[in-house]
Design a protein around this ligand. Structure first.
Ligand SMILES: [Zn+2]
Ligand SMILES: [Zn+2]
Length: 242
């Protein structure tokens, strides 16, 4: 189901099955042809999202770019489905994960051998499936304003090396990927390229932002009053990240 979070932000919830599937967000004025999609979902979970968007009146023709909060399998698994139907769409990824994608090195995508064998037992994944050309390599600090979507890229490494969040300072909205998701939840920092020390710094950074609306890529979204939940979650995690 497509849900409007607020002006210029739509939410399509992921559908968890035997493995989690990430939510996606569509940013920008739905009438424009300059839309941005954030994340995609796990393997084979693109089609239902695209048909839900179509029913809502949004076609891939209107989408200019897909920004990945990070490149774990539950977020990037169906990127290829999106790109096959929207060949004009650009892929934007933080530079620290773009390098892996461009070389077809899927260690960040799978995170560890256990996940890799679990996923491969369910899906046939040809070689090169996770090799992508990255059109824009993000560094953090960039701001963009595309027809109703005004966000700053914030690099929040730790869950993975190239994790980013998208922050709308004026409306106090934060799209957090997997770095923080509501409420006190398991933040993984044991996967390939993860780093507990960096995660600690990133959580402190997030807690310093004014955030009213938290839009994570799993679990529920927090439409208002997210500040306190974020501070509680960060306080809960900091002692464990030593
Ligand atoms: Zn992740
Ligand atoms: Zn995830």
């Amino acid at each position: 189901m497509v849900e409007k979070v607020t002006d210029g932000i739509l939410w399509v919830a992921g559908r968890d099955r035997f493995m989690p599937d990430s939510h996606i967000y569509v940013l920008g004025d739905t009438e424009s042809d300059n839309l941005t999609i954030v994340d995609c979902g796990i393997v084979e979970m693109g089609a239902y999202k695209l048909s839900e968007l179509e029913n809502y009146g949004i076609s891939l023709e209107q989408v200019k770019r897909i920004i990945m909060t990070h490149t774990h399998i539950d977020h990037i698994g169906c990127l290829r489905e999106f790109l096959e139907k929207g060949i004009h769409i650009e892929v934007w990824v933080h530079k620290d994960e773009a390098t892996y994608l461009e070389q077809g090195d899927d260690r960040v995508v799978f995170g560890n051998k256990m996940f890799e064998s679990l996923v491969r037992s369910q899906y046939s994944i040809p070689s090169g499936f996770f090799q992508f050309n990255v059109n824009r390599k993000l560094e953090g600090g960039e701001t963009f304003d595309f027809d109703g979507a005004k966000f700053q890229v914030i690099h929040v490494p730790g869950h993975s090396v190239g994790s980013i969040g998208l922050y709308d300072q004026s409306r106090k909205i934060f799209i957090s990927g997997d770095t923080i998701y509501a409420p006190i939840s398991t933040i993984r920092y044991d996967l390939f390229s993860a780093d507990p020390d960096q995660l600690k710094k990133s959580l402190i950074n997030i807690a310093s932002l004014e955030i009213n609306t938290l839009l994570p890529c799993h679990n529920r979204i927090v439409r208002s009053g997210a500040d306190q939940m974020i501070k509680n979650t960060v306080q809960h995690w900091l002692p464990m990240l030593k």
